[in-house]
Design a protein around this ligand. Sequence first.
Ligand code: SAM
Length: 292
Amino acid sequence: MNYRHDYHAGNFADVFKHIVLSRLIEYLKRKEKAFRVIDTHAGAGRYLLAPKDQRDTRGNPPEWVGGIGKLAGWKPQGEAAGLLAPYLGAVFGNGANQKALSEYPAEYPGSPLLAMELMRRQDRLTACELHPEAAGKLKTLFAGNYQARILTLDGWLVPGAHLPPKEKRGLLLIDPPFEDAADFGRMAEAALRAAKRWQGGSLAFWYPLKHPGPVARFKQMLRESGISDLVYLELEICKRETPPVLHGCGMILRHAPYVLEGEMAAILPQLAARLEAAKGQGRWRYERLTAE
Ligand code: SAM
């Protein structure tokens, strides 16, 4: 387990995933009844971003510069402005962070902190993290918070053992490190278990667009899985390259809100244009995988 999310926090993939997460939570908030967000691979919860003029061994700036760094001062147009307000408000909420993001230092919230920022008093969070250092930070971050349950636990055990939550309503987010392609297989198994044990629960699974073969096989596995009501949405920010780079990412969703496709059609063209590495390279898609 060598993966450290600190190096990737706030990159384009985090921005995309967290925007989708924010829209799923906003939809759950339409009903008064409490819900639970279960984050199986939660990370440390909050990240201090590296100075923007820092360079890695290959001369690249920190990844957040090409992600949340491009959203500082952004004014999305039309319907997207209101739809992005919860996410942008949670990230840039206080003026100091807004200013700091164009300078240094600045923080970026991980998925459990973003979820907590958006949730109401009656809603609950379960966050699992296996890496001892990240789990320790997460526990400190949520110490004394009665709405949050933080577990140092293998997140892959959640779909088979911790579902459904007592609230019955809610969302299971699976966002593993993808240190190897085996995470695609684990994710397909997790989808099956979760769909069986929590029929009504929403599922959101993040995956990388880097090697096309495993992604195509993963989608095929899901098409043939018997799991109803799956869609995927993807964002690409640059062209495929050889050797392969992370040129985009996607999310598999179960029971996506009926409004989500329209919301993404409002948000993603503007987001793709904002995050693309070169003009015209940003692309997005929203497709159904299995019938409702
Ligand atoms: N969801 C986080 C966010 O959006 O801010 C980022 C998560 S990061 C991509 C993946 C995390 O999974 C890492 O913090 C890693 O330590 C953790 N991890 C790796 N294997 C795990 C496992 N089997 N169970 C739980 N956490 C695991």
